[in-house]
Design a protein around this ligand. Structure first.
Ligand code: ATP
Length: 622
């Protein structure tokens, strides 16, 4: 009965009359109350799956009596263990055959025992993500020789990663992210010959990346971000020719990027941002045809942006912000048809900003604070001098400048804009049907299960507010990102339409004063928008609640933010967007009190002066 809407509690005598029961599958329902201790009377149980519910209270110790139990999933509930029983494994020491133990996202408040390896030697999968576990990872962990998956991420573990981890020769996925682990990454990890996914991000790990890392030829995902790693990136790392994702961001790594990077032919994400990398960006990066995200931001890279970047045919995000890059932005980038995000701000670039291909959609934010970039006025750079335009263009510009009077020129420009606007409007019954400009290709994939996890099962504690078509919850993903999740109440008339409109508009618009969409989760009976989280709440609260106060400058800035957003919606896009519901509760404020306009559920897209999208709505028209 997995994945239904079953609610209520489990009968307290549940296990008494089911002597032959071998499996309980009740994962992802709305069940609550305590887990009845009588469950242990169903002594033939091999599998107990109660994850993703709202069970609370103590995990019954009697579960340890289920001697045949192989899989126990209690993840994503609100369960604890007895405060006298800090050792979480003591609960399961008699479950001799236990292979899969999932307790993630329960406030267990326990510790990992020193004798961890004496327990459960059959364990294959262990998930204690986000269980508020303290203590050190004991060296005995190396005895769990059958482990293929271990996640202790999002806990409060301290101390070093024991070298015995290298004895886990079957290990395929190791997640120790978001703890307080310190010391070096033990080179013994290179003996884990099956390791495919290693995530140690968000700790205090220091020293260097083990040189033997290239021995782990099975490695596909390597995430070491947000640590204190120093010294050069070992050359051996670039020899991992089958790796898909490398995230070493926010460390103190130095040295240059080896040209051997060109061997990583299947790499899709490379994030080396916020380190101290220097030297030139190797031309060989241009051969990485699967690369979708490349971030080298906030380093000390110099030289020019390689022309070979034009070969990064899958690139969606290119972040070179905050380096010492000089020379011109290569024209070769105009062929990158999937490029949706570009940031070359805070470098020493000069010359003309290309105007073709993806550059049509980039705004001034992509090019701020460089030495001498020039181009279109909307990019906040001076127009290019004729010399930099090449001889033919220069002649053309001269003719326009001297032959046509300014007024005539203006008329022509306005005419061209109007005609192209009309053509665009006719071609697109909605904002755009062009598959090549689908930003949702870059949206993070988020499942219903992840949303449940992020919001602790859409708990009331995380409710941010309620609107006309549903509720908005605060969520925190396992990587620490906060989001706002707008869950539509599909029973309300107009909710489907509101969802479609909001999706349609948010997926196309991009402006610093509009709330950004991160993803959508859409099934037949569940629809949610995952939005950037605005930590300072809505403007209505700031204006009318006694507990909040805005000074004049803040008020002025927020007014400018809202005006900039409206200007963009009305004029900045080929199809004007009329918000229809502008009110203080729809102006959200981020951590820096920057205003972001939200709620497009009843917005209208205008084309040829005709409203294409209209909704019956209960929300305020404003
Ligand atoms: N991205 C976000 N970050 C933080 N809080 C948010 C976010 N989105 C919405 N909220 C909060 O949730 C509340 C409800 O938002 P929602 O857009 O559903 O409805 P509303 O705009 O308040 O009402 P209506 O739908 O009637 O216009 C907002 O007022 C705001 O306080």
């Amino acid at each position: 009965m997995l994945g239904n809407h079953l609610s209520g509690t489990l009968p307290s005598d549940m296990g008494l009359f089911l002597p032959n029961l071998r499996g309980i599958y009740l994962e992802v329902n709305e069940l609550g109350g305590t887990i009845p201790a009588s469950i242990c009377n169903a002594s033939q149980l091999i599998l107990v799956d109660l994850g993703g519910n709202s069970f609370s209270g103590l995990i019954p110790k009697s579960l340890g009596n289920l001697r045949l139990l192989q899989r126990l999933n209690l993840g994503l509930n609100n369960l604890t263990i007895e405060s006298s029983e800090l050792n979480i494994f003591s609960y399961f020491s008699s479950n001799a055959y236990l292979k899969n133990l999932y307790l993630s996202m329960n406030p267990l408040n326990g510790v990992l025992p020193n004798s961890i390896g004496n327990h459960s030697i059959f364990l294959e999968e262990l998930d204690f993500t986000g269980c508020t576990i303290k203590g050190n990872i004991a060296i005995d962990i190396g005895n769990l020789s059958r482990l293929t998956y271990m996640s202790l991420g999002g806990n409060d573990l301290a101390g070093p990663i024991p070298t015995t981890i290298g004895r886990l020769s079957m290990l395929e996925r190791l997640f120790l992210f978001d703890n307080r682990l310190k010391g070096p990454i033990p080179s013994d990890i290179c003996y884990s010959g099956r390791l495919g996914n290693l995530n140690l991000a968000g700790n205090k790990l220091s020293g260097q990346i083990p040189k033997c890392v290239n021995n782990i030829t099975s490695l596909r995902y390597l995430t070491l971000a947000f640590n204190q790693l120093t010294s050069r990136v070992p050359l051996s790392l670039w020899r991992l020719t089958d790796i898909l994702v490398v995230d070493l961001s926010s460390n103190s790594l130095s040295g240059s990027i080896s040209s051997s990077i060109g061997n990583m032919k299947v790499l899709t994400i490379l994030n080396l941002s916020r380190n101290q990398l220097s030297g030139h960006i190797p031309e060989t990066i241009g051969g990485l045809i699967s690369l979708a995200n490349l971030s080298l931001a906030v380093n000390q890279l110099e030289g020019s942006i390689p022309i070979s970047f034009g070969g990064l045919v899958s690139l969606e995000l290119l972040d070179l912000f905050g380096n010492n890059l000089s020379g011109e932005i290569p024209k070769s980038l105009v062929v990158l048809r999937y490029l949706k995000y570009l940031n070359v701000s805070y470098n020493k670039l000069r010359g003309e900003i290309p105007t073709q291909g993806p550059f049509v959609n980039f705004s001034a934010e992509s090019f701020m604070s460089n030495d001498a970039l020039c181009g279109l006025i909307r990019l906040n750079v001076p127009p290019c001098k004729e010399a930099s335009l090449g001889p033919r263009k220069a002649i053309g510009v001269s003719i326009l400048k001297y032959v046509l009077p300014t007024l005539g020129l203006t008329i022509i420009v306005v005419f061209v804009v109007l005609v192209s606007g009309k053509l665009h409007g006719k071609k697109n019954s909605k904002l755009s049907n062009n598959k090549d400009s689908m930003p949702w290709l870059t949206w993070r994939r988020i499942s219903h299960q992840q949303l449940l996890q992020a919001t602790e099962g859409f708990s009331e504690n995380n409710l941010l507010g309620e609107g006309s078509f549903g509720s908005v919850y605060k969520g925190r993903f396992l990587d620490g990102t906060y989001v706002a999740i707008k869950v539509l109440n599909l029973e309300l008339e107009g909710a489907f339409k509101s969802f479609d409109i909001e999706c349609e508009i948010l997926q196309h618009v991009r402006h610093r004063n509009l709330v950004k969409i991160i993803s959508v989760c859409s099934n037949i009976d569940f629809k949610a928008l995952v939005l950037e989280y605005m930590s300072k709440g809505n403007l209505e609260m700031w204006l009318y609640s006694n507990a909040h106060c805005l000074n004049m400058l803040q008020r002025l800035n927020i007014m400018i933010d809202v005006a900039a957003a409206l200007e963009y919606l009305h004029l900045g896009y080929s199809t004007p967007i009329i918000l229809c519901d502008l009110k203080p509760s729809n102006v959200l404020l981020d951590e820096d009190m920057v205003g972001h306009v939200a709620d497009f559920g009843i917005a209208k897209l205008l084309s040829d002066g005709i409203s294409l999208t209209q909704t019956m709505t209960m929300a305020t028209i404003g």
